[in-house]
Design a protein around this ligand. Structure first.
Ligand code: GLA
Length: 487
């Protein structure tokens, strides 16, 4: 029992809620017992192995520095490290972890007793600059990152749809051939939403299949695991049915699932970046189209994520409230979308808006200008200016959009002016989550440690740091390569 309490505490420190942490601890202990039985390894080795997988799964980090033996007898390059002590500087530039493919294939075999026929991956994303501009018809810059979601599938003849995730216990069976939402906030609603969206787009949804999913994105950091599961599931389902779409359609299917099935009124940023990401590039989306493009990322610039593991209890409601306030501001200014308002219009018409709408409008109009300024600065390789604009974006979130938190502000305050840091801002919707810092390539784990220690001293809670690289967008890893007809 002592053991279960200790493991529960570890998962809680990693950001899981109490019930989730208890369930994860029970699952881990059960799996350890199975490993001892099936592999004849020591219980300690099984525990170490499973905890290391859990840490790497939740934080997307392979803890460095251990050469050991996998419980399967294969070589293993992971070690249990303190979950709160995870700075990942171990992965080489632009390498995707092969272990993720292994993990999802193993989970598939373990769950369904056979091999998958299609495996796909889609990356998470950082929002570089352009906060809440997407659903206001504005421009945004993001980057696909070298962590994401991997989905493995194989067809079944009996029409049953079976789902398994490495983040929760057991297989979820969906027998009903008509696609309906599962109760509560079940993760299965993401792939189910994609199945429903395929039909809405005039494509066919596969009938019976087995499905397994693994993720190495940090939990709750605002790196968009939802878009990544939507796009990897979409590609996997299309692969199963041998249909082919272009990238833009895949992206729109993902967003449709999120808006109409999961029920989050997000814009196109997350799915667009996950779909159109490229190594060493930022993705530029003009959300008035939308149109998608890429902008080279200057050499010598790096991303670091500082995940506070905090999340406002009302985050979904607050996102919706901001959405509505922006619509009200657009109506007040008589523009069809808020991003179309110019700074002049805003200042000459400011009396037609209430104080809240005025602040929201200032944020969006300012963000539009900051995205354009960032693109010009990137073209000149002026990273100092890029950094200044990024931090200015955060300050506007703090004062105008009011989607920051004390924890996020604290991190930005600490990072601002630190040697090697060009700029820092909250990334994603806000109201908790993570801060992204744009740094030079000399910034390292020990520099990140300074921030972590300051955060711990202030809040008595860990902040988990992840070093991210840019990565390619969604892709088929195993199966018909023609699923994506073109970029
Ligand atoms: C979330 C949404 C995106 C976007 C950002 C804020 O990530 O999913 O569509 O609105 O917030 O820029």
């Amino acid at each position: 029992m002592d053991e279960q309490i200790k493991i529960t505490e570890i998962f809680k420190k990693m950001g899981a809620g109490t019930r989730q942490a208890e369930s994860m601890a029970r699952q881990l202990i059960k799996r350890a017992d199975q490993l001892v039985e099936s592999r004849r390894c020591s219980r300690l080795a099984a525990m170490e192995y499973l905890l290391s997988l859990a840490v790497s799964g939740a934080e997307g980090i392979a803890p460095p520095g251990f050469e050991g033996t996998h419980a399967d007898g294969q070589s293993m390059n992971v070690k249990v490290s303190k979950p709160n002590d995870t700075v990942d500087a171990s992965r080489g530039a632009n390498q995707l972890p092969d272990s993720m493919r292994n993990r999802v294939e193993c989970l598939f075999v373990e769950s369904f007793g056979r091999s998958p026929s299609v495996v796909c991956r889609a990356p998470g994303r950082v929002e570089f600059v352009g906060n809440h501009t997407d659903y206001n018809g504005g421009p945004v810059l993001g980057a696909a990152v070298d962590r994401g979601v991997w989905v493995a599938v194989a067809p079944r003849a009996d029409g049953l749809r079976r789902f398994r995730s490495d983040q929760s216990e057991g297989v979820v069976d969906v027998e009903d051939p008509s696609i309906r939402r599962e109760g509560g906030s079940s993760w299965v609603n993401y792939p189910l939403g994609v199945l429903a969206a395929l039909k809405e787009f005039g494509l066919s949804a596969p009938e019976g299949f087995d499905y397994a999913v693994c993720a190495d994105l940090p939990v709750g950091a605002g790196l968009s695991s939802s878009a990544a599961i939507e796009l990897s599931s979409g590609l996997a389902f299309l692969g199963l049915t041998r249909q082919s779409v272009d990238r833009e359609t895949l992206v729109k299917i993902g967003r449709h699932a999120e808006n109409h099935f999961v029920g989050v009124p997000c814009g196109i940023l997350d799915q667009g970046v996950s779909g159109f990401g490229r190594k060493n590039q930022l993705v530029y989306i003009d959300c008035s189209g939308p149109t998608f493009d890429t902008v080279p990322m200057p050499e010598g610039a790096d991303f670091w994520i500082f995940n506070t593991h905090t999340k406002h209890a009302l985050v979904d409601g607050l996102y919706l409230a901001r959405h509505e306030e922006c619509l009200a501001a657009a109506r007040g200014l008589s523009v069809s979308q808020l991003a179309l308002a110019s700074e002049d219009l805003l200042e000459t018409q400011n009396t037609v808006l209430g104080p809240v709408e005025l602040k929201r409008a200032r944020h969006i109009v300012g963000e539009v200008a900051r995205v354009r300024g960032t693109i010009s600065a990137l073209a000149k390789n002026d990273l100092d200016e890029v950094g200044r604009l990024i931090t200015a974006s955060h300050r506007s979130s703090q004062t105008n959009f009011e989607n920051s938190t004390a924890e996020l502000d604290f991190l930005v305050d600490q990072l601002e002016g630190l040697p090697g840091v060009y700029g820092a801002r909250l990334t994603g919707g806000g109201f908790g989550g993570a801060v992204m810092a744009l740094t030079d390539d000399k910034f390292d784990a020990s520099a990140a440690e300074v921030i972590k220690s300051a955060y711990f001293a202030e809040y008595g809670a860990p902040c988990v740091v992840v070093h991210l690289r840019t990565a390619e967008g969604a892709e088929v890893v195993l199966g018909p390569q023609s699923t994506l007809s073109c970029r």
